[in-house]
Design a protein around this ligand. Sequence first.
Ligand code: HEC
Length: 164
Amino acid sequence: MDHLKRGVPNWLLFLFFGALIGGGIKIIFLQGFLKEDPYINYRLKTGALYVSPKLSIIPLRTSEAIQKGEQIYEKVCSSCHGAYGSYKSGLVGPSLSDSQWLHSNSEKKIGRLVLNGIGAGKSITGQLMPARAGASLSDSDVWSAVYFLSSQNSSIQKDSTSKK
Ligand code: HEC
């Protein structure tokens, strides 16, 4: 050990570990606390609040939920995903009425995706989707929209734990 130590002066060790620790602190601050809000422009434009992307209550699949989901789709989702059924592309988001899925065709995963949003790290097209569509939808609103989609689109795998 002694002969190794002799070759490395203390100031160099200090610099090396200092850089490591400094780099760590920088990563924590930049990626963590001071993370830039990727939806800031969208939120400023629409006045939408950021809502914590926590998963909780999943409502039953009732015809009321599906109807409510259709209204939510037309009011909120269609601004990016187009009018249901006729939209192919041209707006921000992909069509949700075809059988092509960038992320998942599972009802549960779709619900989680809408609750959490699609940030820069997860986006496939480079376009982002704000959590809860940037519209402070409740959990049950989000799941209603998902039930509406799966009631129309047979390529979506229905979650077996939900009632028919
Ligand atoms: C501000 C625009 C915007 C709004 C509003 C929006 N989305 Fe999105 N959505 C996107 C974008 C952009 C993507 C694609 C992200 C990517 O490239 O990965 C996406 C992707 C998705 C996907 C994944 C599609 C796939 O092929 O896997 C689903 C499902 C989805 N959105 C559902 C919804 C629902 C339901 C709503 C309404 C409650 C909604 N979105 C509202 C922009 C939006």
